[in-house]
Design a protein around this ligand. Structure first.
Ligand code: GTQ
Length: 366
């Protein structure tokens, strides 16, 4: 970097820097790299490791004492080393939230977008802007930015779900606002499960309804709807890179259900091995069903039900189902942001048969 500079020039750099100024020629290739120079690592978290800590947190803290929510978050070690906390990629946060029977996670709102994917349990709800939405395994639920939300549990078993937020991105651009509600539970103004009853049909809506744009009028995407959409795709040729994949959209405008966090569900049928590609947008995956392996920039990640893993920005990735039944992967991504900023680009892996060589088999912490 600086070894080609004379001692006279090096002294000048020091002198310039004393005034909070800088010589561009010394840093230009660190600032403007030929391709993304990311600190985000391909990484995999095993479900039993997460679940055990989540359940233990249930013995040690309540949602209210835990500063609003009882959550164990995933932390990408590459970002942790770079001083960024609670981030899986530069834009995406993932946490695993536990709510026990009878508990309430108090109402608040924030400028971060939040999405939820339900992993375990029943009888809990999230209330969003006056509507109670009951959670069931496999459901995808939106909490659009700046909407009031609180969670409650009317069932009798622990309820566990995944939270996806754009909090690292919001922190990066200094755009965080947060407000607690004056009541622990916001007042309810709509029938339970109102949005899915009204808009859950996707292409059909009640006559005369003129809702359009943001936020999505549909706030919960039930598991059985997602399964039906993927089953229907199975009668057609799969996508070479993604298998049978569907994206959660806002039925009123056809865009990503949350405008900043994209979400995808994909099925890989037995024996399926997708071809590698890469895109700038980064993603965090959660294994809903089955077992398999993904190769991410030459690192083999072996996964099974419940595990989580990262695909960093601009990382080659391909997925293989190694089990007997379908493998089903849920993922969140920052593609809506990249597209909005006209930054998204995609490239297919063109070497050989479209598959990467494995240079390392990842050894997860157990
Ligand atoms: O449930 O509102 O994992 O505000 C992090 C921040 C969950 C929530 C998280 C939150 C929430």
């Amino acid at each position: 970097m600086s070894q080609q500079w004379s001692s006279e020039l090096l002294a000048f750099h020091d002198e310039v820097r004393r005034y909070n100024l800088g010589p561009l020629w010394d840093v230009i290739h660190e600032i403007i790299t030929p391709k993304p120079d990311t600190r985000v690592e391909p990484y995999l978290w095993k479900w039993p490791v997460i679940r055990e800590r989540v359940m233990r947190s249930g013995e040690l803290i309540t949602p209210e004492r835990g500063g609003e929510r009882r959550v164990i978050f995933l932390e990408n070690p590459g970002l942790k080393a770079a001083g960024q906390q609670a981030a899986v990629t530069r834009t995406l946060y993932v946490g695993i939230q536990l709510l026990l029977p009878g508990e309430i996670a108090p109402s608040h709102r924030h400028s971060q977008s939040a999405v939820r994917f339900i992993i375990e349990g029943e009888g809990a709800y999230t209330a969003v802007e006056g509507e109670k939405i009951f959670m069931q395994r496999g459901d995808y639920i939106l909490t659009p930015a700046w909407t009031w939300h609180d969670h409650g549990h009317e069932g009798d078993k622990p309820m566990i779900w995944m939270d996806g937020l754009d909090s690292p991105f919001i922190q990066l651009i200094d755009a965080s606002f947060f407000e607690p509600h004056k009541e622990k539970r916001q007042p309810l103004s709509l029938p339970d499960n109102y949005s899915v009853r009204r808009y859950g049909n996707g292409a059909l809506r009640p006559l005369g309804d003129r809702h359009h744009g943001y936020p999505s009028p549909l706030t919960v995407y039930p598991w059985q709807h997602t399964v039906a959409a993927m089953e229907s795709l199975k009668s057609l040729p799969p996508d070479p890179h993604d298998g049978y994949a569907v994206e959660y959209i806002n039925p009123a405008n056809g865009q990503s259900a949350d405008p900043r966090i994209g979400a995808v569900m994909q099925t890989l049928t037995p024996g399926m091995h997708t071809k590698a590609h890469r895109h700038l947008s980064s993603a965090v995956y959660h294994v809903v069903e089955g077992r398999g392996r993904s190769v991410v920039n030459g690192v083999q990640l072996d996964w099974e039900k419940g595990d989580f893993f990262t695909v960093p920005p601009w990382a080659w990735h391909e997925h293989a189902n190694t089990g007997d039944g379908d493998a089903v992967l849920f993922s969140i991504n920052d593609r809506p942001l990249m597209e909005l900023l006209e930054l998204e680009r995609t490239e297919a892996y063109s070497e050989g048969d479209g598959h990467q060589a494995v240079r390392e088999v990842f050894a997860p912490l157990t």
